[in-house]
Each structure stands twice: as structure tokens, then as C-alpha cells.
Write a protein that binds this ligand. Sequence first.
Ligand code: Q46
Ligand code: ZN
Length: 299
Amino acid sequence: MRQHKLALCKEHYLEWVPEQTDRFIKKYNMFTRDEKILVAVSGGKDSLGLWDILVRLGYQADGLYLGLGIDGGIDYSHESQRLTEKFANEHNLKLHIVDIEKEYRQSIPVLSQMTHRGHGKPCAVCGLTKRHEMNRIARDLGYDVLATGHNLDDEAAVLFGNTLSWSGEYLLRQGPVLPAGDGLARKVKPLCRFYEREMTAYCLVRGIEYIYEECPFAEGSQSIYYKELLNQLETTRPGAKLTFYLRFLEARKSGELFVEKDMEQAHLHPCPNCGQPTSAPDLCSFCRMIEKVNSVPAS
Ligand code: Q46
Ligand code: ZN
């Protein structure tokens, strides 16, 4: 790990990763050992790695898998669900599975086509659905906090995009912890300081079987392009990604860059259908989407 000027053997690497994770959890006040954590698992290395680490550290972490119904020629959803279930069974862990198609009659790609959102890509509908469902399950099942496996490469790419467009609102909300709001679960990213390759290495040496393929719809996305640019930078300047992200967190905290203002929570009210907070005047955008889909006669 050139950025840390550190080289570890397998045995010590498997100790170092959880130790570091626990340090970040405490540093950013993510959660305590008394709280119930719901880990959003996709079958990929980051989320399965995160679940494994939290359990090894003795946290109460259950999993949530959302079946999106994405095939993309590689049977993506089935394979990622199979690997997630395999991991949960092998470690005797509790896994909640929500199949979007069963729950809302349509898979994500079909919901996207029917609502004409996202210019042919289902990512807008997928993101909206995942946010809605993760929050719904966390709230309904009484979890204190929702944890996702975003790593440093993910966070640096989002930060890069938000900086290029100086999206102040998004920059203010980006961080390792998004506090709970009215009806919104606290969201945390315990892996936000690990490089993607560090998580790959963790899963490989730990023997975690995960889905290698990305979601087929990720191809050609802006975030992958930003990741490539940042990787080029990292090659010549080891540690650049980490510095970019950490300096941003410091600057934001100190108020150097932005004046922290109250997030727009005041304008939120519960959606009359699902009860989740929304800024829309009536139904939340997820319920509006489902209403629209249900109004289309079945063919
Ligand atoms: S948003 Fe888009 Fe991802 Fe959903 S459709 Fe696939 S690439 S999984 S992070
Ligand atoms: Zn709603």
C-alpha cells in the first residue's frame, strides 16, 4: 500500500483491515456495539467484505439484499443473490431479501422503461428504489443504522463530480455519516477510507466469494470515467485520492469551504402512502413512480 508506505503479510492484513475499520467507526461516531445495523449487501466485494468485518468486530449486523431483476446477459441479479445467500449461510447470519419484482410487480429495468426515466438507463429508477426500500426496511424492522460498502474510490469519484459542478448541496451531504432525520435512518459508510483494491485484497485473502462483474448498466457511466481519471492521478501521486477525500472532510468540518446550513429537513413531510419523508407536495417520488406503473393496463 504505497499511500500508507506499508506492506503486510496475509495474517497481519486480515487484522489491519478490521482494526482500521473500527477506528473509522469510532472516529466518525457511526454506531456502537449496542445498536442494530442493517448492511446493504449486493454480493460484491465491498458489501460482503463490510459485513464480514462488522461481524468479526462483534457488531450486531444483519444483511439486506434487494433483488433488482437485472440480467444483462450475465444473470447478474441471480448470481449476486446466490453469493450473498451463500455467505450468509456459511457464517450463520441473518439476511433479509426483498424482491422488487414480487413487491412492485416489475423489475427495475421494466419499471424504468415504463416510466421513461433515465434516458434508457435504469440507474435513476434503481437509485430511487434502493434508497426508498433500504430506508423502509430499516425503519420497519427497527434498525438503528444503515451501512453501505462505499469505498474510497466511490467516494472520491462522487466528490470529484460534485466539485466539478460545485454542487454545494451535495457536497454538504457527502460524508461518512448522514445523520438520521425525520423518518430517515442514519446512513454510514465504514469503508470510505479504504481503496477499492484494498477491499479486493481483503476478500481474496479472506476467501470471500463475491460477484466479479459490475452491474451491466454501470458500463460507460460517469462515475467509472471519474474513477479512471483519479486512478491515473494516483499512479503518479500515490495517496492523491485519500488526500483529496480527507482534506475535503476536514475543510467541510471546519467551515472553511461552506457555511453549514440546516439541511432542508424543515420542508419534509411524510408521504401519505408510505410514510417516508418527502419534499414533494403530495406522494413521494417513489410512490408516484409506482402509481404511474400501476395505472398502465397489464398487457
Ligand atoms: S444504479 Fe445502475 Fe447501479 Fe442500479 S442499474 Fe446497476 S449500475 S445497480 S450502483
Ligand atoms: Zn411514498
